[in-house]
Design a protein around this ligand. Structure first.
Ligand code: S3P
Length: 446
């Protein structure tokens, strides 16, 4: 992760004219991680097109390589991965540097738990504050052992076990990372591993495990809970994967186009899996004009183009049950609320406190700095919008190594009176290389 050594990159984003044109967003981060991990476990060569070449995904690629997979980018820009087979990962020679990536860390902790090897996970200052107990608990029930830093944090050392014990586990927190960690551990455990999720979370792991040939079933109960059952000691066959564009990255140009008066923007190739598309539903509920065209299926995931027209937004009080389908989009949703008519009340969002930064506190502080009306609650924010007027602006915003904080306030800058200053744009490289170029392409003064 080269950027750790580089100096901070401050930037100021100023009022943009109406945005127009077409934007192509990079590949989905969640799907990119999973495509590398499962390809590395298949027997034979997989090909992945549209992989997100951001630092988080490259951390996963480096880890899979350190454990025996061959991974290379070919001259068409596709990635070719030769896998080692389920159970075939090798002990890494050095610590696995996960950079800023919670997804790499938690999913790989699962994967390695059912291999007889020892691995140490390290990460940057942000990742080293994030709780790993939520995966340590179920993976310990499967027989893995962990020596973690205080509070169940990184650096930590994992001792995996083979054979691991298949478990049935009810998720105490709605987390696709915890679900996926258990399923990935279950791949190399004898018998059936079962995860029960009372509130559905993103289902990319389930879709892709099936696609690679794993025996996985999903049953939905009357109360909406999902029971996911995976038969272990699976054999995975190589695949050709096309990664759709990331809805979490599309969120930024979509909100910018809604807020900057007179804008009309098309964002192409956006993943619209219902477990991910909650922000677009919320923005429509607020009065935003977002049309889907060219709806299609790409590699087992629903995809479409979004045509976004500047709109006057109204405040909302979203149902917390929606949270998993837009969990990474709250920072930019708060920016939209700050310019809406009336009050928005966001609650039930305690998970935001353990993301790349404490996103409730970081957003509350930043919003106040740029002149928005905001009250911080333990589990959310109350925001009184400007009714469409530009936000005053200001800064500098402390991004706290959090890419989505940096990008959210960049969008706020485009619709501010005096510009928004951001202390450091480096974190954007974790998920959205080309972010600034994309804004420029839409006519934003970035
Ligand atoms: C992810 C799941 C979510 C999300 C993260 C990616 C995944 O985390 O915030 O950016 O790829 O499974 P949680 O599982 O902690 O909700």
């Amino acid at each position: 992760m080269a950027h750790h050594a580089d100096p901070p990159q401050p930037a100021t984003f100023r009022a943009a004219p109406a945005l127009s044109g077409t934007a192509a967003i990079p590949g989905d981060k969640s799907i990119s991680h999973r495509s590398l991990m499962l390809s590395a476990l298949a027997v034979g060569e997989s090909r992945v097109e549209g992989l997100l070449e951001g630092e988080d995904v490259l951390a996963t690629a480096a880890a899979m390589q350190a454990m025996g997979a061959h991974i290379a980018r070919d001259d068409t820009g596709a990635w070719r991965i030769s896998g080692v087979g389920v159970g075939g990962l090798l002990q890494p020679a050095t610590a696995l540097d996960m950079g800023n990536s919670g997804t790499s860390t938690r999913l790989l902790m699962g994967l390695l738990s059912s291999h007889a090897l020892t691995a140490t996970f390290i990460g940057d200052a942000s990742l080293s504050k994030r709780p790993m107990g939520r995966v340590i608990d179920p993976l310990s029930l499967m027989g893995a052992e962990f020596t973690a830093s205080p509070g169940g944090r990184l650096p930590l050392t994992l001792r995996g076990i083979c054979p691991a014990v298949p478990i049935e586990y009810r998720l105490p927190v709605a987390s696709a990372q915890v679900k996926s960690a258990i399923l990935l551990a279950g791949l190399n455990a004898p018998g059936i591993t079962r995860v029960i999720e009372p509130i559905p979370t993103r289902d990319h792991s389930e879709r892709m495990l099936r696609g690679f040939g794993a025996d996985l079933t999903v049953e939905t109960q009357v109360d909406g809970a999902r029971i996911i059952s995976l038969t272990g000691e699976a054999e995975l066959s190589p695949r050709h994967i096309i990664v759709p564009g990331d809805p979490s990255s599309a969120a930024f140009p979509v909100v910018a186009a809604l807020l900057a008066p007179g804008s009309k923007v098309t964002v192409t190739n956006v993943g619209l899996n219902p477990t991910r598309a909650g922000l677009f539903d919320l923005l429509r509920d607020m009065g935003g004009s977002i049309e889907v065209t060219n709806a299609r299926d790409v590699g087992g995931e629903p995809v479409g183009d979004l045509v976004v027209t500047a709109s006057t937004l109204r405040g909302v009080e979203p149902d917390p049950a929606r949270a998993p389908s837009m969990i990474d989009e709250y920072p930019v949703a708060f920016i939209a609320a700050a310019m809406a008519q009336g009050r928005s009340i966001f609650r039930g969002l305690e998970e935001l406190r353990v993301k790349e930064s404490d996103r409730i506190a970081t957003m509350a502080t930043g919003l106040r700095l740029i002149g928005a009306q905001v009250e911080e609650l333990e589990d959310g924010l109350i925001i009184d919008g400007t009714g469409g007027d530009p936000l005053p602006g200001g800064g500098p915003i402390a991004t706290k190594l959090d890419h989505r904080i940096a990008m959210s306030f960049a969008i706020a800058g485009l619709v501010s009176r005096n510009g928004v200053e951001i202390d450091d744009m480096r974190p954007v490289a974790t998920s959205f290389p080309g972010f600034i170029g994309l804004l420029r392409g839409l006519g934003a003064v970035a």
